[in-house]
Design a protein around this ligand. Structure first.
Ligand SMILES: C[S@@+](CC[C@H](N)C(=O)[O-])C[C@H]1O[C@@H](n2cnc3c(N)ncnc32)[C@H](O)[C@@H]1O
Length: 180
């Protein structure tokens, strides 16, 4: 936890409040429904914040799937666990990290980054970690309104860990490459 800094507690709480309003006007389920998530999928939601997308994702994968909800901020786990309890959901595991998820290699079907890429100070190391935990041909979904689509594609493909597949509205899909 040494290289990237997380926000103060008050900033995190303000962000969570702002996202409550955002989610009131745009149901997070709308976005996650476009990702072709399947029942039983294992998903790493990286930079999950207060869990706006975590709960609908957990419902989509069902009891045979799992959501690894990772964030650098310690309050994220608290918020996500609260929401999971309220919704009677038990397939979410929270992880506090700025990069290393400690997940086993090739165990995850999808990595999801919503409004997070711009925040990642060492995104190349993060991409390496996502490549490590994803199964062969696993998917990386990226949505970030701070960047133009071309900038997102450039950043993600810079490392050769991922290849662009398609865009679905503001979501950009990449697939894990096989490194020789
Ligand atoms: C703008 S918020 C988006 C939260 C959530 N994805 C959403 O859209 O509701 C960005 C989140 O990324 C987290 N974050 C920033 N840098 C990070 C890092 N290096 N590793 C993990 N999480 C990070 C922040 O703590 C924050 O919760």
């Amino acid at each position: 936890m040494s290289r990237s800094k997380s926000e103060s507690n008050i900033d995190f709480k303000m962000m969570a409040f702002f996202f409550k309003i955002r989610d009131f006007f745009r149901n997070p389920l709308e976005k996650v429904s476009k990702m072709n998530i399947k029942e039983g999928d294992n998903i790493l939601e990286y930079g999950c914040g207060s869990g706006s997308f975590t709960i609908p994702l957990a419902k989509l994968v069902g009891s045979s799937g799992r959501i690894y909800a990772a964030d650098i901020h310690p309050l994220s786990s608290v918020k996500v666990r609260e929401k999971a309890k309220k919704n009677n959901i038990s397939n979410i595991e929270t992880i506090q990290t700025d990069c290393n998820t400690k997940l086993k290699e090739k165990t995850v079907d999808e990595v999801i980054l919503i409004d997070v890429l711009h925040d990642l100070d060492m995104y190349k190391q993060n991409l390496k970690e996502f490549h490590r935990v994803l199964k062969e041909k696993g998917n990386l979904w990226v949505d970030d309104h701070h960047y133009e689509p071309e900038e997102i594609k450039k950043k993600i493909q810079e490392t050769n860990y991922f290849k662009f597949v398609k865009s679905v509205d503001s979501l950009h899909l990449f697939t894990k490459t096989t490194l020789s």
